[in-house]
Design a protein around this ligand. Structure first.
Ligand SMILES: Cc1cc2nc3c(=O)[nH]c(=O)nc-3n(C[C@H](O)[C@H](O)[C@H](O)COP(=O)(O)O)c2cc1C
Length: 217
């Protein structure tokens, strides 16, 4: 049995294309692996708090030196980490907002990447002092954007600070493998957009099958 953490980041509930992708992913997954544990975190509807000076001070205090105030400052982070740490697969459904991720998703990332919990820091390791504590997680990023061409080699690849930023940060979440499926051209509509939706929804069962095979189904 595996644990999957689903994160939805769109501020829209109705008409959200990224939520449509996560829903399709869950449906396909549960058909073949009905006994896996699904954890859902809706940061689009319930954005995590931005980290604060108190949060940073608390995070960098060793566990045994934390005051009740430090413990309180990290409570939300602890709750989010309790969902992240057991996850074998992380599925993130996210829109592109202003060429990057929604602030609610960035707040989640800032809450969960934590010294001593998701990464260690050791200057004796030279140029790579930051190392993840966990490894082997699989990340699936399901995106929706108004324009298109954000893939590697695409006309807008240089403006893509969405999946690229998530993938960079995900190493410190314990991710060792990632996959990206995109719906594009939402703002343009038309055939190109419809084709993009069709291609993304066709890619989902294939990816589910590939991952199920890898995880032992
Ligand atoms: C506040 C806001 C900012 C956006 N910024 C971009 C952008 O920078 N690039 C882009 O291609 N689309 C942008 N879009 C379009 C969305 O990415 C697109 O509508 C997508 O379908 C939203 O995801 P959802 O359908 O899951 O809600 C933006 C939309 C909103 C509401």
């Amino acid at each position: 049995m595996k644990t999957i953490l689903q994160i939805d980041a769109s501020a829209r509930v109705t008409r959200s294309l990224s939520r449509g992708l996560t829903t399709a992913f869950v449906e396909h997954w549960q058909k073949t692996r009905p006994h896996d544990t699904w954890l859902k975190r809706d940061v689009g509807l319930n954005p995590p708090s931005a980290i604060s000076e108190d949060w940073i001070a608390a995070a960098f205090k060793p566990d045994d030196q934390r005051t009740p105030e430090h413990v309180a400052a990290l409570q939300e982070s602890d709750e989010l980490l309790a969902e992240l740490e057991p996850a074998d697969v992380i599925v993130i459904g996210t829109p592109m907002y202003n060429y990057s991720m929604p602030s609610a998703l960035k707040a989640w990332i800032d809450q969960v990447i934590r010294i001593g919990r998701t990464f260690s820091f050791d200057l004796t390791r030279g140029e790579q002092p930051v190392e993840p504590i966990q490894t082997g997680k699989i990340l699936v990023i399901l995106t929706a954007s108004g324009e298109g061409g954000f893939e590697v080699g695409g006309v807008h690849a240089a403006q893509n600070h969405l999946d690229t930023a998530i993938v960079t940060a995900s190493r410190l979440l314990g991710v060792s493998e990632h996959h990206v499926i995109r719906v594009e051209y939402q703002e343009f509509g038309g055939d190109r957009h419809q084709q993009s939706i069709k291609a993304a929804h066709a890619a989902i069962p294939k990816l589910v099958q590939q991952l199920n095979h890898k995880l032992g189904i």
